[in-house]
Design a protein around this ligand. Structure first.
Ligand code: TK8
Length: 354
């Protein structure tokens, strides 16, 4: 062997020893980075993962049942590799705290009212316009169309991914003071609202005294009479047992409300395309399921509430007065949230109603 060949062999032996001595990380990287090996070492299309999914309502409310459906679908579709852990009753914090956890990546998913997101994406407030929708079907058509997509498209820059719009329902007013039969009966009523500027202005316009508050604090606030009133769909009034601390229920259907099923973008970006597709599919199926059971429940549960509370309808004349009082609210926020998006929503609604 010539001298130069001996030196070359010696340096190759040293290099091999160096690579192996730096530990398996380098070795495994070398293995992974070797082109011919990447085929066999690409990450598995579905990896072992845990999704912590939190929400404010009870497991037996459709919000919880929809979350459970998502968990079951994910277990089935991933062969048990992607586990969804459910945290009901605001166990992981109130809606805003949970959303912050998604942004920081310490929680993977949440289901919450779209109104609670207006602090991050103000344009979600267009869905809070009073008397905007006449039916759940109208709302679903808008949410599943270009306007709903445009709102979801604003989430990634806030560290969130929108997976679906669950049904919450038409909101009605409960209180512990007196029946609400006229617009004037709202005067001075201390009412809790969601943390959404449109809700605050809507109840100010009617003459009430609104207090924005996280849902997690609401039952205690009603019980301690910190607030006199609140507004929510029948299914929540029932599942959160508000009838225990509210005597009067007045049917106003003043807004339609949706739940946003959101995922952490930090988590979403780690997923393989296969996993992302699987999660979106399961979320879409769970959304359709939750909508069906919550619409049915909101249509059936009033009879039960009538046995627990003093329930009244408000006359068309008085409802017309309330509608008149809140008209300026939508006008004010149409400008603030973008006339183009609002006009697109109104024109889509016009088409749906033809
Ligand atoms: C829970 C809440 C609640 C909503 C509210 O998800 O805050 O009044 O209707 O359902 O978001």
């Amino acid at each position: 062997m010539k001298k130069w060949q001996g030196k070359l062999l010696a340096s190759m032996v040293v290099l091999g020893l160096l690579i192996s001595s730096v530990g398996c990380g380098t070795t495994s990287q070398t293995e992974e980075s070797t082109p011919e090996d990447t085929g066999s070492t690409t990450p598995a299309e579905i990896q072992e993962r845990v999704i912590k999914l939190g929400f404010a309502l009870q497991m037996d409310h459709p919000q919880g049942l929809g979350a459970k459906k998502f968990a079951e679908l994910m277990d089935e579709k991933s062969g048990g590799k992607i586990q969804v852990r459910l945290y009901s009753d605001s166990q992981l914090g109130d809606d805003n705290q949970q959303t912050s956890a998604l942004v920081s990546g310490t929680q993977e998913a949440v289901i919450q009212a779209s109104s609670a997101l207006t602090g991050r994406v103000k344009e979600f407030g267009i869905l809070d316009f009073p008397f905007l929708f006449n039916s759940e079907q109208e709302a679903f058509a808008i949410l599943d169309g270009p306007v709903g997509k445009a709102l979801f498209d604003k989430l990634p820059e806030q560290g969130l991914i929108g997976l679906g719009y669950f049904d919450n329902g038409f909101r009605n007013v409960t209180n512990s003071k007196h029946p609400i039969n006229t617009a004037d009966d709202f005067k001075g009523l201390k009412i809790r609202t969601m943390q959404s500027p449109v809700y605050l202005d809507t109840f100010k316009a009617i003459g009430a005294n609104p207090t924005p508050m996280a849902f997690a604090e609401l039952y205690t606030a009603l019980e301690s009479k910190t607030v006199d009133a609140q507004e929510n769909p029948f299914s929540i009034i029932n599942s959160s047992k508000f009838y225990e601390v509210q005597h009067y229920l007045s049917i106003t259907r003043h807004t339609y409300n949706t739940f946003v099923f959101a995922m952490s973008k930090k988590f979403w970006d780690q997923l393989t395309p296969t996993e992302q597709e699987m999660i979106q599919e399961a979320a879409t199926e769970a959304t359709q399921y939750e909508r069906q059971i919550n619409v049915e429940l909101n249509n059936q549960i009033l009879g039960e509430l009538e046995g627990l509370m003093e329930v009244n309808e408000i006359s068309p004349e008085e409802m017309a007065k309330i509608r008149e009082l809140v008209k300026p609210v939508a006008e004010k926020y149409s400008e603030e949230y973008g006339a183009d998006l609002v006009n697109q929503m109104y024109s889509e609604l016009e088409t749906i109603r033809k």
